[in-house]
Ligand binder design. Sequence first.
Ligand SMILES: [Zn+2]
Length: 342
Amino acid sequence: MKKKTVILSLAGATVVLGGFGLFGYEYSMLGQRFQALETEAFQLQEENASLNQQLDGKSSELKENISKVEEQEKYIAGQKDYVSELTQQIQEYAAKLPKDETDEESGETEDTDDMDPYGETEQDPYPDLYAQEHGSGISENQKYVYLTFDDGPSELTPQVLDLLDEYGAKATFFVVCKNNEEYAEYLPEIVKRGHTLALHSYSHDYHTIYRSLDAFLEDYEKVFDWVKKETGYTPSLFRFPGGSNNGSSYVRKEIIQEMERRGFVYYDWNVSSGDGSNLTTTENIIDNICSNIGYVENPVVLMHDGTGKQATLNALPSVLKYLAEEGYEFRSLDKTLQPVQF
Ligand SMILES: [Zn+2]
């Protein structure tokens, strides 16, 4: 009986020990597995960090590229404006050349010559037989200059307004609504200080607005609504981005006809400050205005107060001083004047 108990006890102990052994083995296996998983997790963490780093690098590279592209686009837009200004200047100079010289160069014959026997070159037997010019408010003894600022409002607008005030000068602002909504508070300020608030474009994107009459109106309505909402004022003057000779001539004619039917008057310019190009310096701007102003009657001067046009702002004090000394009165444009159109 005693022997049996001993045998049974020994067998039990063996089972228990065996169980412990097995459990120990399992436990160490689990430990190893856990370690392996820990190493794997650590590796994955490291990989993740390096991927994140790469991603950060790529995204900042992408941002840099986007801002470069934006800069390029701005620059191209500026150059396009400048080219269109130059085209206009060339046309003006060509118009100043003696008639037969331009005919020779262009190979065109002006049929209207025959219908204009008492033109500038002929002695006019009826020197006083001329209708009153549109805009009778202009007195012969007074010299008026019409400064115009495109592409604002921007951070420069309040400084432009203060400089104009120093000379009691009135001007015209052709505004856009293109990433400059934060400067909307300057719109009522323009009106309050007695300037003309006029429209330029919503997007200022030539490809969009000159695609069709409808595309133009859709864009124009947006800036029109914006200005009305911010000021309560209904603008009636506008300026085509790049001037009225921009875009295809067919669409252009259609747009002009429809805009005039709606009562809007467009203004181009006859003196350019050349500041459409971002390469134009303050000195260039002063020179472009001051040396050309004397060639035209009632000069309408193209300038810009959009973001980045610091050179124009820097030129403005000298321009105002020079023109005031030359006896010009600074006026804003309105619907009663004979508009300057290309
Ligand atoms: Zn413009």
